[in-house]
Design a protein around this ligand. Structure first.
Ligand SMILES: [Zn+2]
Length: 521
């Protein structure tokens, strides 16, 4: 009898006070409940709608997106952490950038061994990637393969070559086969472009002429709509690529990046035999690269750029901690590639998905009902796509960098990446010097039953790539970030909200909230 009555009491208690409400839910758990699929789906859908016009930094779509983000931060009760205007704090941090665009007038000609000179036509035989300066030059040509160097694999396109002051003939992309191909296949395209550009600059190339290894149509012909998708367009209007402009900070030094010409088949045919390219590719994994003979010996070029000044804005908001001398930052870039001639690069995965995560974390942190120990500073970065400018500008002007104990970054968290074999996989990139980040994250997956499988993306300081975390890494600030990987819609007009795995983005938002909340204590 006694036993039974205890049971009855217990049952009654359970009935009246359901487990999830009564049994001392922690603030952290309360926060977790604030995040669900709708939390992220609403932001992703709105930011990647056509009305945002691809959120290109400095253009109306990005201004609209920033207003929306500021209003959401305000709505959720976060304090403004941007510029002080007329004595009042705002959610915006404004700064200027210079936007460069390749001019219509360009010149590229080559001379062969017999002294014959061939002049090529802009938009027909080549396209020019805009440089911060107009550059003229004349020099001998040299073949540099893919123009990469991977010391750990003993791969070096530059081995024993006189590179300085020469005009480089370079293959587009990276090797795709063998050991070297394997090592490069997970690296985002953007990072590869950057690496190749840095190497060309470091080794003193006068200019670079890039050609397609398989001899196909040039990707940059004038009626080709998208840099990485040359198919299907049959319109009669010329379409330019989103890479036709570049942004630079007015305070950076004069750039020494060599001008880049992207050559079509006609130009390629005057430079190199297809057989030579094939022989080169075949030699990639033999340990001894085929020595390529070029048909042309020298080139003359004029690479001209136009410039305009633009004002761009970061959006910054905070939740003050009880110990505000330490802070954690949570950031994602909200800018994308804009619109051109009727096409809009909506950027749902890149990076409306990441912005949704930071709003989700802000919502959860407020829902805890308590103040974190460390201040949580939220940043929606501008102009990431054209050089990580938003985060760079923030760090350049932020007075107390040593207060920043951790930076959490998001860039593309809504898809199944090309190299993932399961839907729930996500790369977790963090400093090797801070292994505890991985452990905290792993504990939260376990404890809160998060449906995600992590890829260990440990990086050493100075080797971080890809997104705004690079700028934090340069300052020695530890970071971690979530990234679901590249896919066929990456930087295409087809990066739409209907392709986003909202449930996955929500799981990543939950997990990142749990982890950064722990770190903020
Ligand atoms: Zn991105």
């Amino acid at each position: 009898m006694k036993k039974l009555s205890t049971y009855t009491i217990l049952l009654t208690l359970l009935f009246h006070f359901p487990f999830s409400h009564s049994l001392a839910q922690t603030p952290k758990e309360k926060g977790l409940q604030a995040i669900d699929e709708n939390t992220v789906a609403s932001t992703i859908t709105y930011l990647s709608s056509d009305w945002m016009e691809g959120r290109e930094a400095g253009r109306p779509g990005a201004y609209r997106a920033a207003e929306y983000l500021a209003s959401m931060f305000e709505f959720m009760g976060l304090e403004p952490a941007g510029d002080v205007v007329n004595g009042k704090s705002t959610y915006f941090q404004s700064f200027d950038v210079l936007e460069y665009k390749a001019s219509e007038k360009q010149h590229f000609s080559v001379k062969n061994g017999r002294g014959q000179e061939f002049t090529f036509a802009n938009h027909t035989d080549f396209e020019v990637k805009a440089s911060p300066n107009s550059v003229n030059g004349k020099g001998n040509l040299i073949f540099v393969g893919y123009g990469i160097q991977v010391d750990s694999l003993d791969y070096n396109d530059f081995y024993k070559k006189e590179l300085k002051g020469k005009i480089w003939v370079r293959l587009k992309g990276v090797p795709t086969e063998g050991k070297i191909g394997n090592s490069m296949k997970d690296i985002p395209l953007k990072q590869i472009h950057k690496l190749k550009e840095q190497l060309a600059s470091r080794y003193g190339a006068l200019a670079v002429i890039e050609i397609e290894p398989d001899g196909n149509l040039p990707q940059h012909a004038h009626n080709v709509p998208f840099r990485d998708n040359r198919k299907y367009y049959e319109g009669d209007k010329p379409l330019s690529s989103f890479y036709d402009t570049r942004l630079y900070s007015p305070v950076t030094e004069v750039s020494t990046i060599p001008p880049l010409f992207m050559g079509g088949e006609y130009l390629m045919a005057s430079l190199i035999e297809q057989g030579e390219i094939n022989a080169y590719k075949a030699s990639l994994n033999t340990g001894k690269l085929h020595k390529v003979n070029l048909k042309a010996t020298s080139a003359t070029f004029k690479a001209n750029s136009d410039v305009e000044r633009k004002r761009v804005r970061n959006v910054l908001a905070k939740i003050e901690g009880t110990e505000p001398d330490s802070l954690v930052m949570i950031g994602a870039h909200y800018d994308h590639l804009g619109k051109r001639e009727g096409y809009i690069w909506n950027g749902a995965d890149d990076n409306a998905s990441g912005v949704a995560a930071i709003l989700g974390i802000a919502k959860a942190a407020k829902a805890t009902g308590v103040q974190p120990k460390k201040t949580m500073l939220f940043a929606a970065w501008t102009a990431e796509e054209k050089g990580l400018h938003g985060s760079k500008n923030f760090l350049r002007t932020f007075e107390n960098k040593s207060k920043i104990k951790m930076y959490l970054n998001f860039d593309m968290i809504g898809r199944r990446g090309d190299w993932h074999s399961k839907d729930n996989q996500v790369s977790f990139i963090y400093n090797a010097e801070n292994p505890s980040t991985w452990d905290i994250n792993a504990e939260n997956i376990e404890k809160y039953n998060i449906n995600l499988e992590m890829f260990d993306g440990k990086t050493k300081q100075g080797e971080a790539g890809g997104s705004d975390n690079v700028n934090f890494d340069k300052e020695g600030i530890p970071f971690f970030w979530y990234h679901t990987g590249g896919h066929e819609d990456y930087h295409q007009v087809s990066d739409h909200a209907d392709k986003i795995m909202m449930d996955k983005a929500a799981e990543i938002t939950k997990l990142s909230y749990l982890t950064i909340w722990d770190i903020a204590q």
